[in-house]
Design a protein around this ligand. Structure first.
Ligand code: SF4
Length: 247
Protein backbone atom coordinates (compact mmCIF):
# COMPACT_ATOMS: atom_id res chain seq x y z
CA UNK A 1 0.00 0.00 0.00
CA UNK A 2 1.09 3.57 -0.63
CA UNK A 3 -0.27 6.95 0.43
CA UNK A 4 -1.68 9.58 -1.91
CA UNK A 5 -3.55 12.82 -1.18
CA UNK A 6 -7.00 13.54 -2.58
CA UNK A 7 -8.56 16.93 -1.76
CA UNK A 8 -6.07 17.37 1.13
CA UNK A 9 -6.90 13.97 2.68
CA UNK A 10 -4.15 11.35 2.95
CA UNK A 11 -5.51 8.03 1.68
CA UNK A 12 -4.17 4.50 1.33
CA UNK A 13 -3.99 3.21 -2.25
CA UNK A 14 -3.00 -0.13 -3.76
CA UNK A 15 0.08 0.06 -5.97
CA UNK A 16 -0.90 -0.32 -9.62
CA UNK A 17 -4.46 0.99 -9.06
CA UNK A 18 -5.78 4.08 -10.83
CA UNK A 19 -6.70 7.34 -9.10
CA UNK A 20 -10.29 6.77 -10.25
CA UNK A 21 -10.51 3.35 -8.53
CA UNK A 22 -8.87 4.68 -5.36
CA UNK A 23 -11.22 7.68 -5.20
CA UNK A 24 -14.26 5.42 -5.67
CA UNK A 25 -13.09 3.08 -2.94
CA UNK A 26 -12.89 6.05 -0.58
CA UNK A 27 -16.32 7.38 -1.62
CA UNK A 28 -14.98 10.45 -3.46
CA UNK A 29 -17.31 11.25 -6.41
CA UNK A 30 -15.82 11.67 -9.90
CA UNK A 31 -18.14 11.78 -12.94
CA UNK A 32 -17.74 9.08 -15.58
CA UNK A 33 -19.64 7.38 -18.38
CA UNK A 34 -17.18 5.16 -20.26
CA UNK A 35 -15.76 3.16 -17.35
CA UNK A 36 -16.69 -0.51 -16.81
CA UNK A 37 -14.85 -2.72 -14.30
CA UNK A 38 -14.73 -5.63 -16.79
CA UNK A 39 -12.95 -3.55 -19.44
CA UNK A 40 -9.66 -1.72 -19.69
CA UNK A 41 -10.15 2.03 -19.11
CA UNK A 42 -10.04 4.09 -22.31
CA UNK A 43 -10.63 7.70 -21.19
CA UNK A 44 -13.08 8.18 -24.06
CA UNK A 45 -15.73 10.27 -22.28
CA UNK A 46 -13.06 12.50 -20.65
CA UNK A 47 -15.36 13.26 -17.72
CA UNK A 48 -13.10 11.86 -15.00
CA UNK A 49 -10.41 14.58 -15.26
CA UNK A 50 -8.72 15.50 -11.96
CA UNK A 51 -6.04 18.06 -11.12
CA UNK A 52 -2.57 16.77 -10.27
CA UNK A 53 0.36 18.58 -8.74
CA UNK A 54 1.96 20.76 -7.78
CA UNK A 55 4.82 18.24 -7.32
CA UNK A 56 5.67 18.40 -11.05
CA UNK A 57 5.97 22.19 -10.91
CA UNK A 58 2.60 22.92 -12.57
CA UNK A 59 -0.93 21.74 -12.07
CA UNK A 60 -2.49 19.79 -14.90
CA UNK A 61 -5.76 17.93 -15.47
CA UNK A 62 -5.37 14.22 -16.17
CA UNK A 63 -7.88 11.45 -16.69
CA UNK A 64 -8.22 9.62 -13.39
CA UNK A 65 -9.34 6.34 -15.01
CA UNK A 66 -5.89 6.08 -16.66
CA UNK A 67 -3.68 7.85 -14.12
CA UNK A 68 -1.90 5.36 -11.83
CA UNK A 69 -1.29 6.14 -8.17
CA UNK A 70 2.28 6.74 -6.99
CA UNK A 71 3.68 7.66 -3.57
CA UNK A 72 3.01 11.27 -2.59
CA UNK A 73 0.68 11.96 -5.54
CA UNK A 74 -1.55 15.00 -4.88
CA UNK A 75 -4.99 15.09 -6.49
CA UNK A 76 -7.88 17.54 -6.47
CA UNK A 77 -11.25 16.43 -7.76
CA UNK A 78 -12.74 19.95 -7.54
CA UNK A 79 -10.95 23.09 -8.79
CA UNK A 80 -11.38 25.77 -11.46
CA UNK A 81 -9.27 23.69 -13.87
CA UNK A 82 -11.34 20.57 -13.22
CA UNK A 83 -14.60 22.53 -13.64
CA UNK A 84 -13.42 23.96 -17.00
CA UNK A 85 -12.32 20.49 -18.14
CA UNK A 86 -15.67 18.93 -17.14
CA UNK A 87 -17.60 21.69 -18.88
CA UNK A 88 -15.76 20.95 -22.15
CA UNK A 89 -16.25 17.21 -21.74
CA UNK A 90 -20.00 17.55 -21.07
CA UNK A 91 -20.40 19.99 -23.99
CA UNK A 92 -18.65 17.51 -26.29
CA UNK A 93 -20.83 14.61 -25.17
CA UNK A 94 -24.04 16.64 -25.47
CA UNK A 95 -23.08 17.75 -28.99
CA UNK A 96 -23.28 14.04 -29.89
CA UNK A 97 -26.25 13.08 -27.68
CA UNK A 98 -28.16 16.32 -26.95
CA UNK A 99 -31.27 14.58 -25.59
CA UNK A 100 -29.48 12.18 -23.26
CA UNK A 101 -31.19 12.32 -19.86
CA UNK A 102 -28.32 10.43 -18.26
CA UNK A 103 -25.68 12.96 -19.36
CA UNK A 104 -27.89 15.88 -18.30
CA UNK A 105 -28.58 14.39 -14.88
CA UNK A 106 -24.88 13.70 -14.35
CA UNK A 107 -23.98 17.29 -15.31
CA UNK A 108 -26.59 18.60 -12.88
CA UNK A 109 -25.21 16.36 -10.09
CA UNK A 110 -21.76 17.92 -10.61
CA UNK A 111 -23.15 21.48 -11.02
CA UNK A 112 -22.04 21.77 -14.64
CA UNK A 113 -24.34 24.08 -16.63
CA UNK A 114 -25.41 22.57 -19.95
CA UNK A 115 -27.25 24.03 -22.95
CA UNK A 116 -31.02 23.47 -23.09
CA UNK A 117 -32.41 20.44 -24.90
CA UNK A 118 -32.90 21.25 -28.58
CA UNK A 119 -36.58 21.92 -29.27
CA UNK A 120 -36.38 22.92 -32.94
CA UNK A 121 -36.19 26.68 -32.25
CA UNK A 122 -32.95 28.59 -32.95
CA UNK A 123 -34.04 31.71 -30.97
CA UNK A 124 -33.77 34.00 -34.02
CA UNK A 125 -36.81 35.96 -32.69
CA UNK A 126 -38.16 36.56 -36.21
CA UNK A 127 -41.62 35.35 -35.08
CA UNK A 128 -41.69 37.65 -32.05
CA UNK A 129 -40.44 40.62 -34.07
CA UNK A 130 -42.99 40.25 -36.87
CA UNK A 131 -45.86 39.72 -34.42
CA UNK A 132 -44.86 42.76 -32.33
CA UNK A 133 -43.41 45.17 -34.89
CA UNK A 134 -45.48 44.50 -38.03
CA UNK A 135 -48.73 42.85 -36.94
CA UNK A 136 -48.88 44.55 -33.53
CA UNK A 137 -50.65 41.59 -31.90
CA UNK A 138 -47.94 40.85 -29.28
CA UNK A 139 -49.24 37.29 -29.19
CA UNK A 140 -45.81 35.66 -28.76
CA UNK A 141 -42.80 36.61 -26.66
CA UNK A 142 -39.37 35.38 -25.57
CA UNK A 143 -39.80 34.09 -22.03
CA UNK A 144 -36.87 33.41 -19.71
CA UNK A 145 -37.00 30.57 -17.21
CA UNK A 146 -34.26 29.45 -14.81
CA UNK A 147 -32.57 27.30 -17.44
CA UNK A 148 -33.68 28.54 -20.85
CA UNK A 149 -35.14 31.38 -22.93
CA UNK A 150 -37.88 30.20 -25.26
CA UNK A 151 -40.75 31.35 -27.46
CA UNK A 152 -44.06 31.33 -25.57
CA UNK A 153 -47.52 32.94 -25.73
CA UNK A 154 -47.35 36.72 -25.13
CA UNK A 155 -49.81 39.16 -23.56
CA UNK A 156 -51.87 39.83 -26.70
CA UNK A 157 -54.33 37.65 -28.62
CA UNK A 158 -53.21 35.78 -31.72
CA UNK A 159 -55.22 36.81 -34.79
CA UNK A 160 -54.14 33.78 -36.83
CA UNK A 161 -52.38 35.75 -39.57
CA UNK A 162 -49.65 33.11 -39.96
CA UNK A 163 -46.82 35.66 -40.37
CA UNK A 164 -44.76 34.06 -37.61
CA UNK A 165 -44.98 30.62 -39.21
CA UNK A 166 -44.15 32.04 -42.65
CA UNK A 167 -40.94 33.59 -41.29
CA UNK A 168 -39.90 30.74 -38.97
CA UNK A 169 -36.70 29.33 -40.57
CA UNK A 170 -36.95 25.94 -38.84
CA UNK A 171 -40.75 25.40 -39.09
CA UNK A 172 -40.95 25.30 -35.29
CA UNK A 173 -44.03 27.55 -35.47
CA UNK A 174 -46.72 26.09 -37.67
CA UNK A 175 -50.11 27.03 -39.12
CA UNK A 176 -52.58 24.32 -40.02
CA UNK A 177 -55.92 24.88 -41.75
CA UNK A 178 -58.27 21.95 -41.17
CA UNK A 179 -61.91 22.24 -42.18
CA UNK A 180 -62.95 25.72 -41.11
CA UNK A 181 -60.38 26.11 -38.32
CA UNK A 182 -56.85 27.59 -38.37
CA UNK A 183 -54.48 26.37 -35.66
CA UNK A 184 -51.26 28.23 -34.84
CA UNK A 185 -48.78 26.21 -32.75
CA UNK A 186 -45.43 26.85 -31.08
CA UNK A 187 -43.82 23.41 -31.28
CA UNK A 188 -46.53 21.13 -29.91
CA UNK A 189 -48.20 23.90 -27.87
CA UNK A 190 -51.36 25.28 -29.46
CA UNK A 191 -51.29 29.09 -29.46
CA UNK A 192 -54.66 29.75 -31.11
CA UNK A 193 -57.57 27.98 -32.79
CA UNK A 194 -59.70 30.35 -34.85
CA UNK A 195 -62.50 29.81 -37.40
CA UNK A 196 -61.74 30.65 -41.03
CA UNK A 197 -63.95 33.01 -43.05
CA UNK A 198 -65.02 32.35 -46.64
CA UNK A 199 -63.74 34.28 -49.67
CA UNK A 200 -66.60 36.54 -50.80
CA UNK A 201 -66.05 35.47 -54.45
CA UNK A 202 -65.29 31.72 -54.52
CA UNK A 203 -66.34 30.66 -51.01
CA UNK A 204 -62.97 29.09 -50.09
CA UNK A 205 -62.09 29.41 -46.42
CA UNK A 206 -58.93 31.54 -46.39
CA UNK A 207 -58.45 33.85 -43.37
CA UNK A 208 -59.62 34.41 -39.81
CA UNK A 209 -62.19 37.10 -39.02
CA UNK A 210 -59.67 38.65 -36.60
CA UNK A 211 -57.08 38.94 -39.37
CA UNK A 212 -59.55 40.46 -41.86
CA UNK A 213 -60.66 43.01 -39.23
CA UNK A 214 -57.01 43.79 -38.48
CA UNK A 215 -56.21 44.37 -42.17
CA UNK A 216 -59.38 46.47 -42.61
CA UNK A 217 -58.31 48.68 -39.71
CA UNK A 218 -54.68 49.06 -40.72
CA UNK A 219 -54.91 49.85 -44.46
CA UNK A 220 -56.28 52.87 -46.31
CA UNK A 221 -60.00 53.39 -46.61
CA UNK A 222 -60.24 52.76 -50.35
CA UNK A 223 -63.21 50.79 -51.73
CA UNK A 224 -61.16 48.42 -53.91
CA UNK A 225 -58.59 47.81 -51.18
CA UNK A 226 -61.30 46.91 -48.67
CA UNK A 227 -62.96 44.62 -51.18
CA UNK A 228 -59.65 42.82 -51.75
CA UNK A 229 -59.39 41.96 -48.03
CA UNK A 230 -62.47 39.78 -48.38
CA UNK A 231 -61.02 37.74 -51.24
CA UNK A 232 -58.73 34.72 -51.06
CA UNK A 233 -55.25 35.10 -52.67
CA UNK A 234 -56.37 33.37 -55.92
CA UNK A 235 -59.43 35.62 -56.37
CA UNK A 236 -57.37 38.71 -55.47
CA UNK A 237 -54.97 37.84 -58.32
CA UNK A 238 -57.85 37.13 -60.69
CA UNK A 239 -59.56 40.46 -59.92
CA UNK A 240 -56.29 42.37 -60.27
CA UNK A 241 -55.71 40.72 -63.69
CA UNK A 242 -59.22 41.69 -64.83
CA UNK A 243 -58.68 45.29 -63.75
CA UNK A 244 -55.42 45.41 -65.73
CA UNK A 245 -57.13 43.93 -68.84
CA UNK A 246 -59.97 46.52 -68.69
CA UNK A 247 -57.46 49.39 -68.79
S1 SF4 B 1 -50.24 34.04 -36.20
FE1 SF4 B 1 -50.61 34.92 -34.15
S2 SF4 B 1 -48.61 34.77 -33.14
FE2 SF4 B 1 -48.21 34.49 -35.33
S3 SF4 B 1 -47.71 36.59 -36.08
FE3 SF4 B 1 -49.93 36.29 -36.41
S4 SF4 B 1 -50.86 37.12 -34.53
FE4 SF4 B 1 -48.68 36.82 -34.06
Amino acid sequence: MINITINGQTLAAKEGDTVFKTAREHGIPIPYLCFHPALKPSGTCRLCGVETGPDSGKKVVMLSCILKVKPGLEIRTESDRVTAHRQKAFDRLLSMAPNSVRIRELAEKFNVPVPPKPDGCIRCRLCVRVCNDIIGARAIAMVKTRTVTHVAPGDGDCIGCGSCANLCPTRFITVQDRGNVRTVSIGDQVLSRLPLERCSACGTRYATAQFITHVDGSTCDHGQTRQAHHLCPSCTKLMAGRRRTKK
